[in-house]
Write a protein that binds this ligand. Structure first.
Ligand SMILES: Cc1cc2nc3c(=O)[nH]c(=O)nc-3n(C[C@H](O)[C@H](O)[C@H](O)COP(=O)(O)OP(=O)(O)OC[C@H]3O[C@@H](n4cnc5c(N)ncnc54)[C@H](O)[C@@H]3O)c2cc1C
Length: 471
């Protein structure tokens, strides 16, 4: 846009959640006018809001996402703000994890790249909002995006509904960050852009979550996770207990098609006790519930490959609007942050109006999307009654290799760290084919696998005080 002889740029971001706010923060360093359109009323503080129903469920921020946020908002120190507000940093080496191949050992190593940030999604959103609105020139406007303006060659703006009337907002760049419910495909269709390659793997996973007060004596109990076993030929059931702010545990249970949890509070603890190991159930059996049980069915893996489509200039799609993943791996918000980081890095090299700008961002952002999607679907493909792409012979061989490696990872720190780096989007999956790891995987476990959770004496005493397991 040209105003008074000088070139002024405007970017419009659809959606004011993780992907949208971070994309806006990236843009605000090089674009004069950055407007975020959000149809929800944004609360002041860590409160639930209507259009983020997933906020009721465990939301872990991976170190890759945390670091991307730090890079995008250097002045805000989001990490420190979260800690000050009560978020807990949990080292992956100190958590209690029962994987498909057994209990992981706990290791004394604590490094930044191993820390998971644990807090409620409401707190994370609130801190992020304050950080973006307090340290950048981004403006949020209460409005709903109705369609895209422009042609199949270039998007030139967004038609919005604000205060009951429609209006056309012109923009040099539009970012769609409107989440899993995005209407970007029909919008593009109307401009004459069709055939976005799409992939889907849906295990029919249902999430059930409930908040508890941490019982006396368990204040330092770590994040505890019992994973499903995709190779067991039965519905996958899993559970995670996450320590969050204000002395609470957020417990999320999940089951694939045929093994789904229900919203019945009477069944919640029993479901947890009936997992492959009862530890999560034991921990909550005497804990005071602070909420009802919330369900979510928004868990399928779905990916739209915009980077392979004939997309118009002037439009980038980020966050859940691109892809969604089985939430068990905790990747969505981090992929959103890494996508915004890709945008930020592209802005350091080119102007938003440059030819191919949007395509280059879309391609760069696709790297972490692919990585997360592969981690998630390579496991989900194996559950019974999965809807979507069936595993190939290559998938089957890789899965056996990964299973064997995971077995070794329960006994070897270096193999464990290599596998975690891939799941947490800090390393490419190809890193697991390094000769050293191949050799370690072929050799097998380096010590006796554990037969039960590696509890400290204090943790053990607490679990025992919860009484015998009655299942
Ligand atoms: C059960 C569950 C558990 C999860 N656990 C984790 C986890 O542990 N770790 C993790 O990283 N991720 C997790 N996720 C994924 C995470 O919730 C998403 O990846 C993340 O919210 C994506 O952010 P987003 O900004 O792309 O979309 P959203 O957070 O969904 O935000 C989209 C925004 O766009 C707005 N909007 C939509 N349409 C319009 C419109 N037309 N006009 C204006 N505004 C609009 C909405 O109001 C909303 O604010 C989980 C998801 C689920 C379902």
């Amino acid at each position: 846009m040209t105003t008074g002889g000088t070139m002024s740029r405007r970017a419009v971001v659809i959606g004011g959640s993780v992907a949208g706010l971070l994309a806006a923060a990236a843009l605000s360093r090089s674009v004069d006018d950055v407007i975020v359109l959000e149809r929800d009323e944004l609360p002041d503080g860590p409160h639930p809001r209507k259009r983020i129903p997933q906020a009721r469920h465990a939301h872990i921020l991976l170190p890759s996402g945390r670091d991307a946020i730090q890079e995008l908002l250097p002045e805000a120190d989001v990490r420190q703000r979260l800690l000050t507000s009560g978020a807990v940093e949990q080292s992956m080496t100190g958590m209690l994890g029962f994987g498909a191949q057994g209990w992981y050992r706990r290791w004394p190593t604590v490094a930044d790249e191993l820390l998971l940030t644990c807090c409620s999604r409401d707190l994370l959103d609130s801190v992020l909002r304050d950080a973006v609105l307090g340290t950048t020139r981004v403006a949020v406007r209460r409005a709903e995006a109705l369609s895209l303006l422009g042609t199949a060659e270039r998007v030139t703006g967004v038609r919005v509904l604000a205060d009951g009337s429609e209006e056309d907002l012109s923009a040099d760049l539009v970012v769609d960050a409107s989440g899993r419910g995005t209407r970007v495909e029909p919008w593009l269709d109307r401009l004459g852009v069709a055939d976005i390659p799409t992939d889907e793997v849906d295990s029919g996973l249902v999430y059930a979550s409930r908040v508890f007060r941490v019982p006396g004596g368990a204040e330092d109990f770590p994040l505890t996770q019992v994973e499903a076993d995709p190779a067991a030929s039965r519905p996958g059931r899993s559970g995670v207990l996450v320590p969050i702010e204000d002395g609470r545990w957020l417990v999320s249970l999940a089951g694939t098609r045929g093994g789904e949890p229900t919203a019945d509070p009477e069944e919640f603890t029993d479901f947890a006790l009936g997992l492959r190991h009862p530890l999560v159930g034991q921990l909550i059996s005497g804990a005071e519930p602070l909420s009802e049980v919330f369900l979510s069915r928004s868990t399928r893996n779905r990916r739209r490959e915009f980077e392979r489509a004939a997309m118009p200039e002037g439009l980038v799609v980020l966050g859940d609007a691109v892809a969604t993943y089985n939430p068990v791996h905790g990747q969505g918000m981090s992929v959103a942050a890494l996508g915004a980081q890709a945008l930020s890095r592209q802005l350091q090299q080119a102007d938003v109006t440059a030819a191919g700008f949007a395509r280059d961002v879309q391609r760069a952002a696709a790297r972490s999307v692919s990585a997360a999607y592969t981690v998630s679907t390579s496991q989900d493909q194996w559950f019974p009654e999965v809807v979507g792409r069936a595993p190939t012979l290559a998938d089957s061989l890789l899965s056996r290799y990964r299973g064997r490696m995971a077995r070794v990872a329960t006994t070897s720190y270096s193999v464990y760290a290599a596998m975690r780096a891939v799941v947490t989007l800090q390393a490419d999956a190809s890193s697991l084919l390094r000769p050293k790891l191949l050799l370690a995987t072929l050799k097998g476990p380096v010590m006796e696998p554990l037969t039960g959770p590696p509890l400290t004496p204090g943790e053990s005493a607490f679990v025992d005080s919860m009484g015998p397991v009655l299942v």
